[in-house]
Design a protein around this ligand. Structure first.
Ligand code: ARG
Length: 456
């Protein structure tokens, strides 16, 4: 017996039931469903639909149900189609016929949209907290490595020396944007669908502003048709999550490279690496590879949600039932990956020697050109002269630094203090403008970052 069986003869076919029922997925909305129902009962009381006694009975019943869920004692019945029908069925068992008054003026269409938004409002801080934890890890590591030198890359080719702190902080800012995006999303999630009925609005005088305030929303949705069909917030959420996934993947890809024997910049803690079942010597960066791999699922879930909405007629269509599985999956992935990577990054061992050794003097070619420019040589000429020197060094099979004075002369490079140019620490120190890799500039970044993390 379903809650809508009045119009129907006989039972739903078992095969139809299995496709239609969504309880396995939407039981995660139990807490939100009960909270929204308690508020709805309050609105019905205010609208004069429920008497004080009826309201009291419904409220007490719903509170009992909330407790049953909280203590894991709630028992689902075979005929529970989704979380909304399960709660209403149980309310009937607890308080009898009065339970049948709760659904007055309400539809599962505005109910599910409300529950889902409530759930998201509850979940956003969890995700933001997990991101903030990763950001704190990056900042803490950066503070240890303000003067640790490493090669900076473009095209994965050695480019210019940077500090490890600067590199670590370059991964802090994308996550900051992610966190801010989620804060911005919040105001679009906190719009209340409840009171929109199935699509046309509620036929009872529901004080929707009161309802919104009671449930912690910013206000009621202005159009009932839009209210029950709007899932923009779901797409935005999945985008935000996918963007975090892509940032994690980018960071992970670099971690995989930097932990190879060829690079050897970092060593992972045993507790955050895995071994091989066949090769005893192996220590693998599986967690970073999984973060990289799981980003693909996150992107797929976003694409899936957009595809779900494309071409749907207004207003509610059952396709929309599929939105929750996508969101729960994305959330579970992210809340598994983020803490693991925080742990892995917080426990790496850094090899400043390997990083320093990977800086060759050709990476200071731009500094040499700058030095000539400071002597008054036009930049294009300086670039050409240093280019000739680089070619000569390559031909002779020596490092740029090892060219002889007469060779510098022949290339058109003169009048610069080579020991200053070929000191990578000096090189990074010179890049002290805001946003640069100089320790003084990175310190400013870190201060700003710390401020942004305060109170998270
Ligand atoms: N389980 C449904 C969902 O998640 C609830 C809404 C059902 N509405 C309906 N008209 N059948 O979308």
């Amino acid at each position: 017996m379903t809650l809508w069986s009045g119009r129907f003869s006989g039972k739903m076919d078992e095969r139809a039931w299995r496709l239609n029922a969504s309880l396995a997925v939407d039981q995660r909305l139990a807490d939100q469903d009960v909270r929204a129902s308690i508020a709805w009962a309050g609105a019905l009381l205010r609208a004069g639909v429920l008497s004080q006694d009826e309201h009291q009975a419904i409220r007490a019943g719903l509170e009992t149900i909330a407790q049953e869920f909280a203590e894991g004692r709630f028992v689902f019945a075979e005929g529970d189609e989704d979380i909304h029908t399960a709660v209403e069925r149980r309310l009937g068992e607890l308080i009898g016929l009065t339970a049948g008054k709760l659904h007055t003026g309400r539809s599962r269409n505005d109910q599910v949209a409300t529950d889902f938004r409530l759930w998201m409002l509850d979940t956003l801080p969890l995700i933001q907290g997990a991101i903030a934890e990763l950001q704190s890890t990056l900042v803490a590591q950066a503070e240890q490595h303000l003067t640790t030198l490493m090669p900076g890359y473009t095209h994965l080719q050695r480019a210019q020396p940077v500090t490890l702190a600067h590199w670590l902080m370059s991964h802090f800012w994308p996550f900051q944007r992610d966190r801010e995006r989620l804060t911005d999303l919040r105001k679009r999630v906190a719009i209340l669908p409840l009171g929109s009925g199935a699509l046309a609005g509620s036929g009872f005088s529901i004080d929707r502003a009161w309802l919104a305030q009671t449930l912690g929303f910013n206000g009621p949705a202005p159009n009932s048709l839009d209210a029950v069909s709007d899932r923009d917030f779901v797409v935005e959420y999945l985008f935000c999550v996918a963007m975090v996934g892509v940032h994690l993947s980018k960071l992970s890809e670099q971690m995989v490279i930097f932990t190879t024997s060829e690079f050897g910049f970092f060593t992972l803690a045993d507790a955050f690496s895995t071994g091989s079942s066949l090769m005893p010597q192996k220590k693998n960066p599986d967690l970073f590879e999984l973060a990289r791999g799981k980003a693909s699922a996150l992107i797929g879930l976003l694409a899936g949600m957009l595809t779900l909405l494309k071409g749907l007629p207004s207003t509610y269509d059952k396709d929309l039932q599929e939105d929750k599985a996508l969101v729960f999956q994305a959330t579970d992935i992210l809340l598994t990956v983020l803490p693991a990577l925080s742990g892995a990054l917080g426990t790496i061992t850094v090899s400043p020697e390997r990083m320093r050794a990977a800086i060759d003097s050709a990476m200071l070619a731009a500094d040499l050109a700058d030095a000539l420019v400071r002597k008054g040589v036009p930049f294009r000429e300086a670039h050409g002269a240093v280019g000739r020197a680089v070619r000569l060094a390559a031909e002779r099979g020596v490092s740029l630094e090892a060219l002889l004075p007469e060779e510098w002369q022949a290339c058109g490079v003169s009048g610069v203090e080579m020991s200053e140019v070929f000191d990578p620490l000096r090189s990074v120190e010179r890049r002290a403008a805001i946003g640069g890799t100089a320790p003084t500039a990175v310190q400013i970044q870190i201060q700003e970052a710390r401020k942004l993390l305060e109170g998270t």
